[in-house]
Ligand binder design. Structure first.
Ligand code: SF4
Length: 410
């Protein structure tokens, strides 16, 4: 059995002084379930916000006590409120958690502090209060700008509301980004192009993420597809065409293709949390079902709200822990080197791949280059092409599979 968190965490925390540090707050409540979503957990109900904010403040205080005074020796680079729908929380409740986190940890002056949410209810009044507490970035799950398609997803706001809310947030001076999904049942290539036109011309967003639909079996959407009430989601060829169409349109509007899934219009948008969460950063998790890691130990907080409430009363971090804190001194694993490189739209140079993979790895790489997924650039840099960006998560899986296979064969 693993030692209690407070016994090993301060040592590991300080042993990783140079690793970036982030805080992740999970808010597992939504007004209602979106039809495509596998993450829905709890429906928002009267009073949830103040009660949950109380739990989060308690979690911050416990984590701070467990890490001790050394926690001020490392600067927080990013704080992220994800969910669920954090924007459903009351303004003062969420602000109180941000304030406490800022008191209990040392924040970099450039720290990115994000609140995620959906368009309906994400008002300028709330945003102003959150910005006064130190929030500087808002991320909205738009998915599509087509009102009919949005309603089939369970998203209620129409275009007028989208423009009004997004532009009101930009007006406050915050960084505003949105998520779009492509490959949805009933979505056409023209609808995807129109999403980009609409966002580029009618809003002042700083960036956007493009995600391919993951059709989760058992989701309300896939049940409707099976029952014939919705057409099949777009196939891989169609998704590829949508990705190309969106990325051409974004380039035409001057957006920079920043990571495989992310584009930005201004350099002040850094997507710091998404980038750090995938690389060798420490992410401390707060709240029911929040996940994170500290050095070699992955942490997953209790998923059931009732049990989370009970455990936070007695434990500093009510999380399942995986990994051995004693491994903190080991070098960076290849999976992190790879994740780092992919975030930069590249692959690590072949001589950085594990020794055992290098024979097969060279062949694999030659195939990927012949297929137009990767191209060699200055020196030994291996740059992902646009097709490589589209397939980035598959390339990552294949390469990690090769590493695992070569290691067990070797
Ligand atoms: S708001 Fe987000 S987490 Fe909630 S049901 Fe919709 S997609 Fe899922």
């Amino acid at each position: 059995m693993q030692e209690p968190f407070e016994n090993w965490a301060p040592r590991v925390f300080m042993a990783r002084e140079d690793a970036p540090l982030g805080l992740y707050f999970h808010v597992p409540f939504c007004h209602h379930r979106c039809t495509f979503c596998p993450f829905f957990q709890n429906t928002t109900r009267e009073g949830f916000s103040s009660e949950y904010a109380g739990l989060l403040r308690r979690a911050v205080a416990s984590m701070a006590a467990a890490l001790g005074k050394d926690r001020y020796e490392r600067e927080v680079q990013t704080l992220y409120f994800g969910g669920g729908t954090p924007s459903d929380m009351e303004a003062a409740d969420l602000a109180s958690v941000v304030r406490l986190a800022r008191e209990q940890f040392a924040f970099s002056p450039e720290a990115e502090v994000t609140v995620e949410g959906r368009v309906r209810g994400f008002t300028a009044e709330k945003a102003r209060v959150w910005m006064e507490a130190g929030v500087n970035r808002f991320s909205l799950g738009l998915q599509s700008s087509d009102t009919r398609l949005r309603r089939s997803l369970g998203r209620l706001a129409d275009r007028e509301e989208i423009v009004r809310n997004l532009n009101a947030l930009s007006e406050l001076g915050a960084i505003v980004i949105v998520d779009l999904i492509y490959g949805l049942p009933g979505q056409s290539l023209d609808m995807v192009r129109e999403d980009i036109r609409f966002l580029a011309e009618e809003t002042r967003i700083d960036g956007l993420d493009l995600y391919a639909l993951k059709p989760f079996p058992g989701s309300p959407m896939m049940k409707a597809v099976q029952a014939g009430r919705l057409p099949e989601p777009t196939d891989a060829v169609g998704r590829g065409q949508m990705y190309v169409a969106a990325s051409d349109a974004l380039a035409g509007y001057g957006f920079e293709h920043f990571t495989p899934q992310h584009w930005r219009r201004s350099a002040r948008e850094r997507s710091a949390y998404n980038r750090l969460a995938k690389v060798d950063a420490d992410i401390l998790p707060f709240g029911c079902s929040a996940g994170g890691h500290l050095g070699p130990v992955a942490m997953m907080n209790e998923r059931d709200l009732g049990r989370y409430r009970q455990r936070i009363e007695v434990e500093s971090v009510p999380a399942m822990m995986m990994g051995d804190p004693a491994n903190v001194g080991y070098g960076k694993a290849f999976r992190l080197v790879l994740a780092d490189a992919l975030e930069e739209r590249s692959l690590p140079p072949l001589d950085a791949w594990p020794q055992v993979t290098q024979g097969l790895g060279a062949k694999l790489l030659a195939n990927w280059m012949a297929a137009g997924l990767v191209e060699a650039q200055r020196g030994d840099e291996l740059r992902l092409t646009r097709a490589g960006c589209f397939w980035a998560s598959h390339l990552q899986k294949l390469l990690l599979g090769l590493v695992a296979g070569s290691a067990s064969a070797g």
